[in-house]
Design a protein around this ligand. Structure first.
Ligand code: CIR
Length: 255
């Protein structure tokens, strides 16, 4: 069984953190509709949705990906880089407890799940405004004994590592080469986003299908030419809060 932990859109999402995008008014009702459609897409791909209640005072709390990194063996509970997001961790720890031992990152380390790309036994960690070297060291101490190898890379031109690169099939990474150096990914087939779609590298791979923002039609065409199966979802309202498709769920496989 595969569970997707999500959380309802906060009524205060308009006060979200923003780093690389201009603030625009967010229509909460529209954001909720899009979020529900996203959940429907995940259900269609075999996930059981476990939706936590919306948090009135935590604007960014719909972006649950940033709060934990889930491995088959355990879950790492993050200490988010933005102070305004630290109140999101308690409820996520509770939601994960039935499924995984939970290892919390300790201060002064900070890390957002959006900076952690797990590709098989390789864990890429983006060092960004949100994620520091201390967190990478704590994650190495947890993960190396489990057989994972870690690779750190700088992220300066976008919010998170996974804004710049995600996995779209067993051997392929989709990336924006302006935001992340291709040299870090030797051995992978690399696919670049269409130059008109710099935000198009964030894709969620589930059951050989790629949940992907409907807006990025040119990059979608590039993927489809290679016979990758794309499931478009409308996430324009959530994108105004600098969120993508990976960030709205935590995927937990349960035996
Ligand atoms: C933030 O700045 O933390 C939120 N407004 C957006 C977080 C998006 N998270 C993600 O892509 N993993």
């Amino acid at each position: 069984m595969r569970i997707a932990i999500t959380r309802g859109v906060s009524p205060s999402i308009g006060a979200c953190e923003l780093t690389h995008v201009e603030r625009q008014a967010i229509d909460v009702a529209a954001a909720r509709e899009q979020h529900a459609a996203y959940e429907t897409a995940l259900r269609a791909l075999g996930c059981e949705i476990e939706r936590l209640p919306a948090e009135d005072d935590l604007p960014d709390s719909v972006f649950v990906e940033d709060i934990a990194i889930v491995f088959p063996e355990l879950a790492i509970l993050t200490r988010p880089g933005a102070e305004t997001r630290r109140g999101e961790t308690g409820s996520i720890a509770q939601a994960l407890q039935p499924y995984r031992p939970v290892s919390p990152i300790q201060p002064p380390a900070t890390v957002d799940g959006g900076d952690v790309l797990v590709a098989g036994k390789t864990v890429f960690i983006g060092l960004s405004q949100r994620t520091n070297q201390d967190a990478a060291a704590q994650m190495a101490a947890i993960l190396k004994p489990l057989g994972y190898s870690l690779q750190c890379l700088p992220v300066t031109r976008c919010l998170h590592l996974k804004s710049a690169v995600t996995q779209v099939d067993e051997e392929t990474l989709l990336l924006n080469p302006d935001w992340v150096d291709e040299g870090h990914f030797s051995g992978w087939r690399l696919l670049s986003v269409h130059p008109d779609e710099p935000f198009g590298a964030n894709a969620l791979l589930l059951k050989n299908k790629i949940v992907y923002p409907a807006a990025y039609v040119r990059t979608r065409a590039i993927m489809e030419q290679l016979s990758l199966a794309v499931m478009p979802v409308e996430v324009s309202e959530l994108a105004k809060a600098e969120g993508g498709v990976t960030c709205c769920s935590l995927i937990v496989d349960v035996a």
